[in-house]
Design a protein around this ligand. Sequence first.
Ligand code: FEO
Length: 163
Amino acid sequence: MDKKLQNVFNDQIKNELASGYLYLSMAAWFEAANLEGFAHWMKVQVKEEENHAMKMFDFLNDRGVRVVLQAIPQPEIEFSSVKEIFEKTLAHEKKVTALINKLYELSKSIDDYPASAFLQWFITEQVEEEKNATKILETIKMIKGDGSAALIMLDRELAKREG
Ligand code: FEO
């Protein structure tokens, strides 16, 4: 595999794990706020990110590429509200979408057909990732006034997310 493509794939493994680390930090915030349903939703998201990283890890190994793991930075730990967390989640997913699209463009530009085919799954997955974050954010924005009852109901709803 082209060296530059290898490097960007290795970067992306780190980015996926860093996404999981950010969501784990958000889960910790929710746990501290006694919002266990929100925390559960984030913990499922952590597993999804790990799965994304592992798909790339396995793909590189299948291609005979040496996986080089990188340092994962400390994620943000303090948040001001539930709404802020989902705004940040959506913004983060948009950033990841842009990274995946760039990786795809690179694979196309150097005619690495297996990499392009492999990345199709991620392109579709990012639509789902952005949709999930948007749906929850839009629901949160509908909560007016004190809103604690609505927040508790949403917490119960998010507790049902399957892994
Ligand atoms: Fe791995 Fe949330 O994208």
